[in-house]
Design a protein around this ligand. Structure first.
Ligand SMILES: Cc1cc2nc3c(=O)[nH]c(=O)nc-3n(C[C@H](O)[C@H](O)[C@H](O)COP(=O)(O)O)c2cc1C
Length: 326
């Protein structure tokens, strides 16, 4: 069925298709007719002091504003990351800002943290029945016009506001779409940031890194983050290595199959620590991919781009196939 829907969706401009998908998924009543959850005790994972019914999460950026959490729960995700959320609402970069690299099963986006802002998202979250939802992670960003010297205040204010709704927070200083954001991926900033944030929230706080840094640099940031109170990592955000595709634009970040090798290389080579949860993201589309990431030390994985290409039943299919392997 998704093949038919996809033919229509893929004729639309990618951002319009995404908005239409969100609108369709908002009326989740019809979804109850389908059972897209695949449950099996073998899939259960315990990490970050949280119980997950399976290791496959929805990566940040799909449901930025927490509009469709009930529908996403029906689709069988083991956890859902909303955001990026910034203190103030912002419209993001000018359109067009999302492109399909169809032959390469990849996407390129330059959204720039378009979101409704923390107050509106908080109000929306207050209306959900959390007993019916999988664990919710909240991806936190800074507003475009907040100077880097004041960025910590933005992260603090979002975390303070949303603390009671999050199972975990993810610090996003790795998006390529907010000017100079990635320069915050430095030791001093990470040290001060996590020291302050862990004083205001007892929820696990994770760091999400870019795939475009070398391993020594990544390892330094990871050990700093760990020492300063971070409970884990998401590896990785999108890439600005436009040499990955002859069809790439010179803007934004690449995700999906083209990102796979970079994300894998980072996972293979980073220093692993006990009690430090690694979530692998980047180019995951099959049960083999998930299995490989788990074997390499990831406790959980996240998916975005392959969900667009393979549709609403893809999480069910991956979990079912994963069960045969573990
Ligand atoms: C359209 C789009 C928007 C995204 N927005 C965010 C975001 O707001 N915050 C973030 O940390 N990552 C964002 N990402 C990155 C994803 O969360 C994910 O880390 C990345 O796409 C790699 O996974 P994938 O290859 O399965 O897509 C976005 C990705 C896409 C494609």
């Amino acid at each position: 069925m998704y093949e038919y829907l996809k033919k229509i969706l893929f004729k639309l401009d990618p951002e319009n298709a995404h908005d239409l998908a969100i609108t369709l998924l908002k009326s989740q009543n019809y979804l109850k007719c389908f059972d897209f959850s695949y449950n099996n005790d073998k899939l259960k994972v315990s990490a970050l002091d949280i119980d997950f019914k399976n290791p496959i999460g929805l990566a940040a950026g799909f449901d930025k504003n927490a509009n469709i959490l009930n529908a996403l729960a029906y689709l069988g995700f083991g956890f859902i990351e909303i955001g990026a959320i910034t203190p103030l609402a912002q419209s993001g970069n000018p359109k067009p800002r999302l492109w399909r690299l169809k032959e390469e099963q990849s996407l390129q986006n330059a959204f720039g943290f378009n979101n409704d802002g923390v107050k509106v998202v908080k109000n929306r979250l207050s209306k959900y029945n959390f007993n019916k939802l999988p664990p919710i992670f909240i991806n936190v960003g800074k507003n475009k016009f907040t100077k880097n010297e004041e960025a910590i205040n933005d992260y603090e204010s979002v975390i303070k506001e949303l603390d009671c709704y999050a199972d975990a927070f993810v610090i996003n200083i790795s998006s390529p779409n907010t000017p100079n954001l990635r320069s915050l991926q430095n030791k001093d900033f990470i040290n001060e940031l996590f020291t302050r944030l862990t004083n205001i929230s007892k929820k696990p706080i994770l760091l999400k890194l870019s795939p475009d840094m070398n391993i020594d640099e990544a390892n330094l940031l990871i050990s700093t983050a760990k020492q300063s109170g971070a409970k884990g990592l998401i590896l990785t955000n999108t890439s600005t290595d436009y040499s990955l595709s002859a069809n790439a634009k010179n803007i934004g970040g690449i995700s999906g199959a083209l990102l796979k090798e970079k994300s894998l290389t980072m996972l293979k080579n980073i220093q692993k620590y006990d009690d430090f949860c690694i979530i692998s993201s980047g180019g995951i589309s099959t049960a083999d991919d998930v299995y490989e990431r788990l074997e390499l030390g990831a406790k959980l994985v996240q998916i975005y781009t392959s969900f667009i290409y393979n549709g609403p039943k893809s999480i069910y299919n991956i979990n079912k196939n994963l069960c045969q392997k573990i």
